[in-house]
Design a protein around this ligand. Structure first.
Ligand SMILES: C[S@@+](CC[C@H](N)C(=O)[O-])C[C@H]1O[C@@H](n2cnc3c(N)ncnc32)[C@H](O)[C@@H]1O
Length: 212
């Protein structure tokens, strides 16, 4: 067997010890991320049977699995360049959110309908250079915001993974101009040492023309 690098050995050890990884494996969940969405939903009740939802950054499918169990009468569109494990209740678009082709596919699927909820668990490929990774993460946050401007109904919600660092405060300040209520949350299932936080914005008020 090839020798593992120190970092992959550390990752494996952490996975073995991690409570939510074990819980996901024991409970047949696709990934520990499942519990992050569950905890966000328990706190903010963003999901219900009839919701029309766009999920950005869906692979491998932990959130998708949870969403499919909740959305029984609405619909779910899941986007990721990587393969998504899912059941029959979701339309999958393989590609990068923000790409014109992907935008076109989303618009085709929506056929003029508006969304109740935009979710993003997108994470950039990590370069290891903190400033570069933070800039990439903020670009993804902008992609999710653009999705709200394009397809979210007035009164709709956004829940998005963001990373604490340069640009986040200003981005959240912009968000507060477009939604009635904005909260930050660190679910218990999120590793304490990770800079990730979740921003939950309720009550979309439409595109803020003062910003455009
Ligand atoms: C943390 S994982 C998502 C985990 C997923 N929510 C789950 O529960 O299994 C982050 C994902 O973001 C995806 N991603 C990164 N940039 C993206 C983009 N522009 N559009 C869509 N997905 C993207 C990556 O391919 C990766 O699968």
């Amino acid at each position: 067997m090839p020798k593992r690098s120190k970092s992959s050995e550390r990752w494996l050890q952490r996975q073995r010890k991690d409570y939510f990884v074990r819980k996901a494996q024991d409970g047949g969940q696709v990934s520990r991320a499942h519990y992050k969405l569950l905890q966000i939903d328990q706190r903010f009740q963003i999901l219900s049977a009839r919701k029309k939802v766009l999920e950005l950054g869906a692979a491998p499918g932990g959130w998708t699995q949870y969403l499919e169990s909740k959305i029984t009468r609405g619909f779910l569109i899941a986007v990721d360049p990587l393969p998504i494990t899912r059941g029959g209740r979701c339309r999958v678009i393989e590609g990068y959110a923000g790409d014109p082709d992907v935008n076109e596919r989303i618009s085709e699927l929506l056929q003029g309908q508006k969304l109740d909820l935009v979710l993003s668990d997108m994470a950039p490929n990590i370069s290891g250079v903190r400033a570069v990774d933070q800039a990439r993460a903020m670009d993804l946050a902008d992609v999710a915001m653009q999705a709200c401007e394009d397809w979210l109904d007035n009164g709709g919600d956004l829940a998005i993974k963001a990373f604490q660092g340069e640009g986040l405060d200003a981005w959240v300040a912009d968000l507060k101009r477009q939604f009635s209520l904005v909260n930050m949350m660190k679910p218990k299932a999120s590793r304490p040492e990770s800079r990730e936080v979740f921003v939950v914005a309720r009550g979309f008020q439409g595109v803020n023309t003062a910003l455009t």
